[in-house]
Design a protein around this ligand. Structure first.
Ligand code: ZN
Length: 157
């Protein structure tokens, strides 16, 4: 295919996705929304201490794009910390390094990102049914809220 991926590659999704300051009435609470790829940028750069080139490679994006995501992520976190806002980590344009699939007979399995780009699975490896669907690792709330189905290159997964 050789096409630039539309989605940023992400290795990790935080388990805790909501942070809220104490002592702020809910009515006054404002929320900062951090996308999953913004959280990943912070993790790679600030937590793992990788260089920007490495980070960009890990996420399959250009250095410029990585820098833009990182700056935005830091601004949002700073805003939340200094102005007492809640942080919600959700959504974004990202692709997990591993995707989980499930067939109509309830079998589940995982396919690595690299394999999926070129040859998305067509059949369940256990029972060979073609009735399969992609799942998000933590349910359909992740990604674009399309219930885990995703269209790319004319294929439905
Ligand atoms: Zn099956």
């Amino acid at each position: 295919m050789g096409r630039q991926p539309l989605w940023r590659r992400v290795d990790f999704i935080p388990r805790v996705t909501y942070f809220k300051p104490t002592g702020v009435p809910v009515a006054q609470l404002q929320e900062v929304r951090l996308s999953v790829e913004e959280a990943e940028a912070i993790r790679l750069k600030d937590r793992e201490g990788l260089g920007q080139d490495q980070c960009a490679q890990r996420m399959s994006i250009s250095r410029t794009t990585f820098h833009r995501i990182l700056v935005l992520a830091r601004q949002k976190i700073a805003d939340a910390l200094l102005n007492g806002r809640a942080i919600r980590i959700a959504g974004g344009n990202f692709e997990m390094t591993v995707r989980r699939f499930r067939c109509d007979n309830g079998h589940e399995w995982e396919v690595p990102f690299e394999v999926m780009i070129n040859t998305p699975p067509q059949f369940c490896p256990t029972c060979n049914t073609p009735s399969i669907m992609a799942l998000w690792p933590w349910g359909p709330a992740w990604g674009r809220g399309d219930g885990g189905r995703r269209h790319r290159g004319g294929r439905n997964w």
